[in-house]
Design a protein around this ligand. Structure first.
Ligand SMILES: Cc1cc2nc3c(=O)[nH]c(=O)nc-3n(C[C@H](O)[C@H](O)[C@H](O)COP(=O)(O)OP(=O)(O)OC[C@H]3O[C@@H](n4cnc5c(N)ncnc54)[C@H](O)[C@@H]3O)c2cc1C
Length: 491
């Protein structure tokens, strides 16, 4: 995995009180003794194995560890959709729970086993199957790491724009199952905007293949969107047709210091007007986050900390000379009108990387800001400043020594918060309750991009009405009537 081994060695939070496998799964437990032997008979040792009891690999994602004692009945590492289908058919007929796993970089415990189950890991299905330059598509098996997809597109002089800090470890199927967002949503959309075709194996083992390459397809319901963001609860994604884009020929990146969030909104307005479709990233870092991402991690700050907010602004285009001129004019005009108090424009790819390293520093939190609890919420972009103020007020009133880091993809309305109290004492549920109540009152989303998984399940009602949750349950019952797929996740 691309995530440093040290991260996995750190204690992660175990939440046995939240874990529920449901009475139906307890009823099925007695057949588990022979599950491994029977699956071995059906698929053989090439595909099925007993998980190494000491291996953590299949028991934890980036934030959550399985409760002690949860048994993995068998580990399936299929090589193709037919083998995925055989595992699901077998498990569905016997009522055995199945947990699909990608790169295990999820942040909400979606792929963590919580009851006796068979794991389906997509790690061996990682082939890039085709790049169609005319259609502008890349067809890929679900277990390919995101970075491998980016590199394959790049080698064909095209671009796949989804980008996350976990790119070396997360899988493209996991990205679809979580509807991942990341750094360039502003320009290219979320994962659901980047998938043209999908192949999914349903709970009963039937293969739903919709590997289309067309942008337009109104032939009935758009089934692909049902599975994107379903966190492994409706089907196992095996293959994807992804949308590619022309590779940008210019990139301009700057860090800007601003006095407050009102100035951030002014800069966003100017950037949208001045850069139009070229605007590709607009990342906001509040002062404590900027300090930690620079001096806190031993980096020289590219801009002196001013106690204000720092924006990472990026534009991508096709005309290197014109694009960088327009970018510089925007920064200069923003400084002249006192929207921006200080700014630096990257002069090399190394500096671009250094700027992004500051923004991507949450991957390094385990070394400097741990244990912590992180949030990924959204409200309309214009409300983020007030949301930050309100969260700060209510959390500091309750825990005066709490440390808060705010940062986010503000142009998408997406705010991240990492909170830390005294080392080793983290009143997680109380903090979560407070944060989600504030977000719920503001009619925001308790998950902007990481999903609900296990961790946010108790709070779903803050963002979804009873009618919406009931409709989700009806869809789940229709596609997975025995409830074998990733039980206990989302709702
Ligand atoms: C440092 C870091 C930075 C991150 N930055 C971002 C970010 O900017 N934006 C963002 O959105 N996320 C981010 N994440 C979260 C995470 O990387 C994403 O959620 C990613 O999409 C998960 O992919 P995965 O392959 O690791 O999935 P996993 O963690 O293995 O699984 C996640 C969920 O998807 C399901 N699943 C996985 N594969 C399949 C499949 N083939 N079929 C059906 N279901 C499946 C699992 O059951 C589970 O519910 C970050 C994580 C880290 C550690």
């Amino acid at each position: 995995l691309g995530i440093p081994a040290a991260v996995y060695a750190l204690p992660t939070r175990i939440r046995p009180t939240r874990v529920s496998c449901g009475p139906q799964f307890r009823r099925w437990l007695p057949i588990s003794v022979s599950t491994l032997a029977q699956l071995l008979q059906v698929l053989g040792p090439e595909v099925i194995s007993a998980p190494d009891p000491d291996a953590d690999r299949y028991r934890r994602d980036f934030s959550v560890t399985a409760p002690a004692g949860v048994r993995i009945l068998a580990l399936a590492r299929p090589r193709n959709s037919a083998e995925v289908a055989a595992v699901l058919r077998f498990c569905n007929e016997r009522g055995v729970a199945v947990v699909p796993q990608g790169g295990m970089t999820g942040l909400v415990g979606g792929a963590v086993p919580i009851s006796a189950c068979v794991i389906i890991s997509l790690e061996r299905m990682r082939a890039i199957l085709e790049i169609d330059r005319v259609a502008g598509t890349l067809t890929v098996e679900a277990g390919a790491p995101l970075q491998a997809v980016q590199e394959a597109a790049d080698a064909a002089d095209l671009m796949f724009p989804l980008d996350l800090g976990s790119r070396g470890s997360c899988q493209i199927g996991g990205n679809a199952a979580t509807n991942a967002g990341g750094n360039r949503v502003l320009r290219y959309g979320m994962m659901r905007d980047l998938v043209l075709g999908i192949e999914v194996v349903l709970a009963d083992g039937s293969v739903l293949s919709s590997l289309h390459k067309m942008l337009k397809n109104n032939s009935g319901y758009d089934l692909r969107q049902l599975f994107i963001g379903s966190e492994g609860t409706l089907g196992v994604i095996t293959t994807l047709v992804l949308k590619l884009f022309p590779k940008p020929r210019s990139q301009s990146t700057a860090l800007c210091m601003l006095r407050d969030y009102a100035a951030v909104l002014q800069l966003l307005g100017a950037a949208r007007a001045g850069l139009a479709a070229n605007l590709s990233a607009f990342e906001v870092m509040w002062p404590a986050f900027y300090d930690l991402g620079t001096t806190g991690l031993g980096r020289k700050p590219p801009l002196a900390a001013s106690g204000g907010l720092c924006v990472l602004l990026e534009a991508q285009g096709v005309d290197a000379a014109q694009d960088s001129l327009r970018f510089e004019q925007l920064i200069a005009a923003s400084m002249e009108s006192a929207i921006v108090s200080d700014a630096v424009i990257a002069q090399s790819q190394r500096e671009v990387r250094e700027f992004w390293d500051i923004r991507d520093c949450p991957g390094e939190f385990p070394a400097v800001f741990w244990p912590q609890i992180s949030f990924d919420v959204s409200v309309p972009t214009g409300d983020i400043g007030a949301l930050v103020q309100e969260l700060r007020d209510v959390l500091l009133e309750r825990w005066p020594a709490i440390q808060l880091l705010f940062f986010g993809h503000a142009a998408d309305g997406n705010l991240h918060l990492s909170a830390r109290t005294a080392p080793d004492v983290l009143p997680e549920q109380e903090i979560e309750q407070l944060v989600y109540e504030v977000v719920g009152r503001r009619k925001g989303a308790i998950s902007a991009e990481h999903g609900i998984g296990l961790q946010k399940r108790p709070y779903l009602y803050h963002s979804r009405s009873a009618a919406e949750i009931a409709t989700m349950r009806r869809l789940k019952a229709a596609l997975d009537p025995r409830g074998v797929l990733n039980p206990g996740k989302i709702f």
